[in-house]
Ligand binder design. Sequence first.
Ligand code: CU
Length: 217
Amino acid sequence: MSTIQHLVFCLFLSAAGPVAAAELAVLIYDGKGVAIPEAVVTLLPQRLDDAAVARSRMPLRQTVDQRNETFIPHVTLLARGGHVVFANSDATRHHVYSFSAARAFALVLAPGESSEPVSFERNGVVAIGCNIHDRMVAYVYVSDVPWGALSNKDGRAVFSDPPKGTYLARVWHPRMRPGRPEPSQTVALADGASSISFTLELLPDRSHRHDRECVRY
Ligand SMILES: [Cu+2]
């Protein structure tokens, strides 16, 4: 088969394949209509018997850096069974730890050092702190759903490749009241683009207040 013939054949296959992709935009706002970034949106197909649909597109390996005594990123998505490397780009030591039920661990990182990959074998939200710098906090959201995405600064999480079908869309955010079920919506995806929105009630953001009140530094 010539290159051109091969290309045409592949184009035909992708056009005629049984799985047509839809696009879904999920918009996350607070009660005042302000966009919420760093929300985790997951998409769970209602039929998981199709292997292509059930396959996870979640990242299996991520890096969480520490710069200016801040975890970057603040929220990390990870496939169950995936690994996170913790890096330290600061000139100070960090003592990274979690007491979370889904993954408890602790490790000390010298300036410039990176950890061995830390595995996350259970679904759940893993809250991570630093024993030396109390205000540092990060979250690793571990899930075995096929699709997950974070909302951007416009409060928008986009899924560009789910096949047509019916999905359960769920949302989590670090400032949602703990212990409550994740808000969810059933969404039917057809050809082309569609969008849904969530309005979240969030607890106040205390990440900046701490700086003014802290007297221990
Ligand atoms: Cu630290």
